[in-house]
Design a protein around this ligand. Structure first.
Ligand code: NAD
Length: 357
């Protein structure tokens, strides 16, 4: 059993904790929180041992009637791996804490690539985290994860000469009351190219990719308008067959009648996905087009959840506990990743297993 601690229990942290709990080869040691808010209460109700992320604030938990299992040092000491899900920039400051106990740590996409030994995407470069010398790994951002999952098979099968992506980005997560824009459309960043392309290059150093970003008043998902110039000229059916083979890519079929991110999220909620999460890239099948050797498509990325299977795989990779295929299959099976199956005739479970079963 791999002992896993989660430091930072917000949007990403609470999902990572649930995903770890669904893996029979992992044990969730506990989660660390800064304050006894509603998320702390929810963690307690789920039976997750709670640790004070800031020891000086331990009393606030006691005053709120919440029992603590310990403080952050106790959690780090007991864990084989800590998944750091703190806000951007805090993870980097926590490296000293993890070094003190010689504990491996995973960081999220908000941290700088320079703060870690390796940047990780399960489909594209799983083995980079398996090296004995690697202590700190960054699971790349939601957008970079979505792009890496798509670029890996395209590059392997047809060769990518140049990728050009427009990222239409959600303004904030549904719980982020302070984010915007509320009624505007912002070039963001206004400079071209955006930072997303260089971030994809932390996974594929040689990929020729340019990205531009726009921010819109939405909270549900991002939308990528993708144009990839390929070295070959496949038919649309050949591209479709290739993408169809990838469990973490969901080709949204015409018959589903899903016209946008709102209906995608509705579908996820209707099918019982926890928090309405969509761990898969959602690629509109009808958008697949090939003009000469240019491929075009639209894909939506659920920013709150597509990195969750990747974090689970990164735990196994950094512990060298499984190879790429074994880990990805286990993760997908235990979480229920693979919406393709819903429309493919064989209706598999698409929600997490109960690890206690
Ligand atoms: P969040 O604000 O929802 O959650 C962060 C949590 O960490 C909060 O509960 C906060 O109280 C807590 N925290 C703050 N300081 C802390 C400390 N010193 N120690 C422990 N906990 C602390 O943030 P998030 O959206 O979950 O983002 C976390 C990381 O994941 C960031 O690097 C972000 O860039 C990345 N990420 C976010 C998304 C997304 O869409 N939300 C997607 C992919 C990656």
């Amino acid at each position: 059993m791999i002992k896993v601690g989660v430091n930072g229990y917000g949007t990403i942290g609470k999902r990572v904790a649930d995903a770890v709990r669904a893996q029979p080869d992992m044990k969730l040691v506990g989660v660390a929180k800064t304050r006894p808010n509603y998320e702390a209460e929810a963690a307690v109700r789920k039976g997750y041992p709670l640790y004070a992320a800031i020891p000086e604030k331990s009393d606030a938990f006691r005053n709120a009637g919440i029992d603590l299992a310990g403080e952050i040092d106790d959690l780090v000491m007991q864990s084989d791996v800590v998944v750091d899900c703190t806000p951007s920039g805090i993870g980097e400051q926590n490296r000293e804490l993890y070094r003190r106990y010689d504990t491996r740590a995973l960081f999220q996409g908000g941290e700088s690539a320079d703060a870690v030994d390796a940047s990780f995407n399960a489909r594209a470069n799983y083995d980079v985290a398996r090296d004995d010398d690697v202590q700190f790994v960054r699971v790349v951002s939601c957008n970079t994860t979505g792009l890496s999952r798509l670029m890996a098979p395209l590059d392997e099968a047809f060769g990518v000469e140049k990728a050009r992506i427009t990222l239409i980005r959600r303004g904030g997560d549904p719980a982020d009351a302070s984010r915007g824009p509320i009624n505007d459309i912002l070039p963001d960043p206004v400079t071209v190219p955006s930072h997303h392309g260089p971030d994809v290059n932390t996974i594929f150093p040689d990929l020729n990719i340019d990205t531009v970003g726009v921010k819109v008043p939405a909270t549900l998902m991002h939308l990528h308008s993708v144009n990839v110039t390929l070295s070959e000229t496949p038919t649309v059916d050949e591209v479709r067959d290739l993408l169809h083979e990838e469990p973490r890519l969901f080709l949204v079929p015409d018959i589903a009648g899903i016209g946008g991110t709102g209906q995608l999220k509705e579908f996820a909620m209707d099918t019982g996905r926890p928090r309405g999460d969509l761990w898969e890239n959602c690629i509109w099948d009808e958008s697949l087009s090939v003009e000469d050797n240019d491929l075009y498509l639209f894909q939506s990325i659920h920013q709150e959840s597509d990195v969750i299977p990747e974090n689970v795989d990164a735990i196994r990779a950094i512990m060298d506990a499984a190879d790429q295929q074994e880990s990805m299959e286990k993760t997908d099976e235990n979480l229920g990743v693979g919406l393709e199956s819903v429309f493919g005739g064989v209706r598999k479970r698409i929600t997490p297993r109960n690890a206690d079963d």
